[in-house]
Ligand binder design. Structure first.
Ligand code: TEU
Ligand code: CA
Length: 546
């Protein structure tokens, strides 16, 4: 297995709007991130994935970009970005830029030009089609509801948008588009960034006329070309967001020969608590066996043929402690257990802001307190289809993206120290009990648990490179596995339920020496590891010498 710095790293995702406001306008900004670099250094992370900070009218909070080489006024200036990169580098922290090139904003100059007329030189930067029988070209839909086609009065044609109508899809078939994107990437590479997170990259090979969205026939050709023309010989971290990935495809993306990307985000585990074939809002409880199967499949398949990203959370997902842990009585225990399960696996772990504090989902009473276009569109659409208010709010409480977007909880002062002004989005009212300041000094806090997990990773190559094996496959309450490298083995045991349960390993685990690296309860070190009575949400992370 090839050693790479990005396999040994831990990435931390910052959602700038909600991280730290430095000037009291209620909106997080770049200077706020710079202020908090020492906090991130303390945690021990190596890379910051920065959600978009480019110029944007904010129809989708920055994922609708109107200028890739300029910065959103609310976030600061290009000088601030340069300083962030420099101050990050001074602390050994690289900055990963979010690359959103499946689409632009409709306020991007390319689209403003393209819209002017059918023969505008930029027309072919986007995807235009004539009406069919006076209607939309076909029944492709947008991820945010409704048709993926938007009619343009002036030219009498429709343009394609897989997300909001203010996010027209770029036409990757057009070589000029591709080259403009590569130039832009090189602009950022020359600034010294650590790499790119590539938004919905699996959509760029789309063939709308055949209704092919993800994994189009030329997708990997484009990625190989991008690799050659931009980051290929630069040793950067590149991670593709790919909702429609299979392990086979992932082996192509993350081929160890380096011809495409470092790794991808796949979402198999994220889809387990929704009704099959339906939308994320159609809720269903998680079955632990499904989670074991989903995660293990990727661990085994990519073993030395690719590389996994490990994540529970991002800016699109509900908070993991509320989702699959217990955000009441066992919040601290279950947050630590979930962290252990993930950080013990093979792949590069990602921590989403606030996850290291065990931040929870939020339940605002009024719909007006929700800001996300996805939730608001869903509410409108489902109301028309007869859903009850209560049912829709329950979906938003459980799955809404705003769960991840409430401001970061720094301390127990007003607005949690996020802003001295009026926050752009309401805070989770639990910030008096859950905040960074309280946790930094508490040796048993979730923050210090994450810090220790990161340290364990740095000190033990088996955490990075060891082979994964699931044990107790059929146990419905315990997720346990081993990782093996030469004569070293890790044993990770996680209880997923709020009651005691017995860990009994059929084959006696043999070893010459055992060391408990981390756990979320007091443990008697003389206890046998072949038979443990696990407490609610208990986890153990052992190192064994064989
Ligand atoms: O997300 C891709 C995507 O498919 C999401 O819209 C997903 O369907 C949804 O979040 C599930 O709740 C990326 C970004 O991460 C997201 O924030 C953007 O809105 C989207 O692309 C468009 O750029
Ligand atoms: Ca601000």
């Amino acid at each position: 297995m090839r050693e790479e710095w990005w396999k040994e790293s831990v990435v931390y995702q910052v959602y700038p709007r909600s991280f730290k406001d430095s000037n009291g306008d209620g909106i997080g900004d770049l200077r706020g991130i710079i202020e908090k670099l020492d906090y991130l250094k303390e945690l021990g992370i190596d890379v910051i994935w920065l959600s978009p900070v480019y110029k944007s009218p904010n129809d989708d909070n920055g994922y609708d970009i109107s200028n890739y080489e300029d910065i959103m006024d609310e976030f600061g200036t290009m000088e601030d970005v340069d300083e962030l990169i420099m101050e990050g580098n001074n602390r050994g922290i690289k900055i990963l830029m979010d690359l959103v090139v499946n689409h632009t904003s409709d306020e991007h100059n390319w689209f403003i030009e393209a819209k002017k007329s059918k023969d505008n030189p930029y027309r072919d930067y986007y995807i235009w089609r004539d009406p069919v029988n006076g209607l939309v070209p076909n029944d492709l839909t947008s991820a945010f509801g409704g048709s993926a086609w938007e009619y343009d009065q002036e030219s009498g044609q429709y343009y394609l948008h897989f997300f909001s109508r203010k996010q027209p899809d770029l036409n990757w078939e057009n070589e000029e588009v591709r080259n403009r994107v590569y130039d832009m990437m090189n602009f950022w590479i020359n600034k010294g960034v650590g790499g790119f997170r590539m938004d919905v990259i699996d959509l760029i090979g789309k063939i709308p006329d055949k209704k092919i969205k993800e994994n189009g026939p030329k997708l990997h050709e484009y990625i190989k070309e991008m690799n050659k023309k931009t980051f290929g010989n630069k040793d950067l971290l590149t991670v593709g967001e790919t909702w429609g990935c299979t392990p086979e495809i992932a082996k192509q993306y993350s081929n160890p020969d380096g011809s495409e990307l470092s790794m991808i985000f796949q979402f198999d585990h994220i889809l387990l608590d929704q009704q099959p074939g339906k939308e994320k809002w159609d809720l269903k409880p998680l079955e632990l066996l499904d989670l074991k199967k989903a995660l293990s499949r990727w661990q085994v398949e990519l073993d030395d043929a690719g590389w996994n990203s490990l994540f529970w959370n991002n800016h699109d997902l509900p908070r993991i402690v509320s989702r699959w842990g217990n955000d009441e009585e066992y919040r601290v225990e279950s947050a630590k257990m979930l962290a252990t399960l993930l950080h013990g696996m093979k792949g590069t772990p990602y921590i989403y802001q606030g996850e290291e504090l065990g931040m929870t989902n939020v339940r605002f009473e009024n719909l007006e307190d929700y800001k996300d276009i996805e939730s608001l569109n869903m509410y409108k659409e489902r109301r028309e289809n007869g859903y009850s208010h209560e049912e829709m709010m329950e979906s938003i409480y459980t799955k809404g993206r705003d769960n991840a977007r409430t401001p970061m909880q720094w301390n127990d002062s007003e607005n949690a120290g996020f802003t001295s002004g009026e926050p752009w989005m309401k805070l989770n009212p639990n910030y008096k009990e859950i905040n960074a300041e309280l946790q930094l000094d508490d040796e048993n806090s979730i923050f210090n648990f994450y810090k220790k997990l990161i340290k364990i990773r740095k000190e033990n190559p088996v955490v990075v490179y060891g082979k994964y094996d699931l044990i107790l496959d059929d146990n419905k309450e315990i997720f346990a596995y081993t990782r093996t490298l030469k004569n070293e083995q890790l044993l990770i045991i996680c209880n997923f339920v709020a009651r005691k349960t017995e860990f009994k390993c059929e084959e006696i685990i043999k070893f010459k020496h055992k060391e408990l690296l981390i756990s979320n309860y007091e443990v008697n070190e003389n206890e046998s590891i072949n038979n443990i009575e696990l407490r609610p949400y208990e986890c153990r992370f052992y190192k064994l010498l064989m």
